[in-house]
Design a protein around this ligand. Sequence first.
Ligand code: KG4
Ligand code: ZN
Length: 345
Amino acid sequence: MKILSIETSCDETAIALLDITGPLEKPGVKILGNALYSQAKLHEQYGGVHPSLAKREHIKNLPILLEKVLEEAGSEFDFIAVTTGPGLEPALWTGITFAQDLGKKWSKPVVGINHMQGHIYSVLLGNESLAFPAVALLVSGGHTELVEIQDFGKYKLLGHTLDDAAGESFDKVARMLGLPYPGGPEIGRLAAEARNAHLEAEFKLPRPMIHSQNLNFSFSGLKTAVLYKVQDSEVTEHFKKVMAREFEDSVMDVLVAKTRQALESAEIEPETLIISGGVAASPYLRERFKALVQEFPNLKLCFPTRELATDNAVMIGLAAYVQVTIEPEALSNQLELRASGNLSF
Ligand code: KG4
Ligand code: ZN
């Protein structure tokens, strides 16, 4: 099955053409074409993603990326998959309109894809066969969610952030420390330097909701705690390093504790733990979760490759393969697609 996939939910414009065959648990995937343009540098001055700038850039770059992909992969495909949410609505609409125009021009069906399912199925590449039931921790710039997946297409949201997403808190703290956007990799780099040099902060940041009985998260109080500390201190290179370390430790302590709680409270013993989304690119996060799964002897840990952890179109193609395999009528029942900023599972 050849799928042309399009992703524009945030600040990455991405198009891929995939040829996917075989069982959902371990499909054969050929990436025939793959093009991605990150707008991160343009949004840097705002310390986060500016929706109308994102929209303008997507509109400008989609035709350029399409040409590149078709040149690489040829123009033969069975259907188009496009992210319809969650994300920034003006940005989502650019991809949807582009996909629908192409669908009309080439007489191909267009299927709407949930971006978070894209993050889940990003692990279909670079891992052994995917076994359910699973628990997934989705950690990105817009979301922090724990999801139980009983089988392909069967999801239950276990918990989510009540305010900021984990990635968003990395970005905001980075800005407070005068570091560039996106903040995750920058904080990670400074925190690693602090750990290697055995530098530790003399203060402790809170671990929000770590002892709460539910599986929700909250990172906005942590961000405020950092702000007070920054206002109170001389922001030296040493301070930045120890702050980055303490902040990263706080976020990871909470993510690990909540995931442990989700695994222990699952009704059916999970076979797989999936960690994906932009923050899952963090080497320190990977270390922490490798340690966590030691506590669960039969649990398999799946991460996406580093390239597929942050937003991309390959994961949208993978999620589309899952969707049309379990629901083939999606290809014949062509519904009008709409952007849905808060699309849930
Ligand atoms: O999944 P993603 O590319 O976009 C959304 O769907 O939001 O995630 C982007 C987020 C940003 O907040 C970025 O700071 C964070 O992922 N991120 C990281 C790392 N790389 C990206 N956070 C921590 N450590 C990293 N290495
Ligand atoms: Zn994402």
